[in-house]
Design a binder for this molecule. Structure first.
Ligand code: 13P
Length: 251
């Protein structure tokens, strides 16, 4: 059995004070149920959130990293720095990074390897655009993204990774993929992983759905056999709402 994993991607939201307020309120209303919960604040709030989550079961994640360990890379953050501040997870290859900042599949692959080399678990984001979906290219796009993200990654490391299937047209639009369709594509992603690493690894890797998940629809996604959790944007900013989502919709 795979342990469910629900992650909050705050994107570019919350000051340090707002992040602290969220953590206090969230921890007061979230009743752990054995699933894994990860909060991914902006870099500036990682330290404060780490302090408040210490002693709880809730894990800390970052939203990106750079693959080099140190050096003259103005503005970048290394895997070692994320580990130092207390991160267990790191989101890699979010469609906003691919779209606005030109990240390629090759960049994603380097970041995945750098994260794993430093004991960070990557949450690898992938998914098709609306144009690609309407052109019938969903399967081709996601299988290629999976193949390139894992190039040169050893099976024992691959098991540590999480995949987030986030169809771009469903992100921040209020137009979520149907749970059945998300389950279908995630099943296909798992088959692709099985083609690379075999069924053993594919059965261990957790695959989330992301895109307009909220406290009303999360349970329908969690009911699907292939869906192991969610990566939640907008609805993760409210502590009481995210406390419900973190329990898969059971308040
Ligand atoms: P929304 O939940 O706001 O649609 O964002 C999804 C997302 O991009 C999570 O990484």
């Amino acid at each position: 059995m795979r342990t469910p994993i629900i992650a909050a991607n705050w994107k570019m939201h919350k000051t340090v004070a707002e992040a602290r307020d969220f953590c206090r309120a969230f921890l007061a209303s979230y009743a752990p149920d054995g699933g894994e919960v990860v909060i991914c604040p902006p870099f500036t709030a990682l330290g404060a959130v780490a302090e408040l989550l210490a002693g709880s079961v809730v894990k800390l994640g970052a939203q990106d990293l750079f693959w080099e360990e140190k050096g003259a890379y103005t503005g970048e953050i290394s895997p070692g720095m994320l580990q130092d501040v207390g991160c267990d997870y790191v989101i890699i290859g979010h469609s906003e990074r691919r779209g606005y900042f030109g990240e390629t599949d090759a960049d994603v692959n380097r970041k995945v390897k750098a994260a794993l080399a430093h004991g960070l678990k990557p949450i690898i984001c992938l998914g098709e655009s609306l144009v690609q979906r309407e052109a019938g290219q969903t399967e081709k796009v996601v299988t290629e993204q999976v193949r390139l993200a894992y190039e040169g990654v050893a099976p024992s490391s691959a098991e540590q990774t999480v995949i987030a299937y986030e169809p771009i047209w469903a992100i921040g639009t209020g137009r979520n993929a149907s749970p059945e369709e998300a389950n279908r594509v995630i099943g296909l992603i798992r088959q692709t992983v099985a083609g690379i690493y075999g069924d053993g690894v594919a059965e261990k890797i957790r695959i989330q759905y992301g895109g307009s998940v909220n406290k009303e629809n999360i349970a329908q996604f969690m009911d699907q056999p292939e869906i192991d959790g969610a990566l939640v944007g907008g609805a993760s900013l409210d502590p009481a709402g995210f406390a419900v989502i973190a329990r898969g919709g059971r308040s």
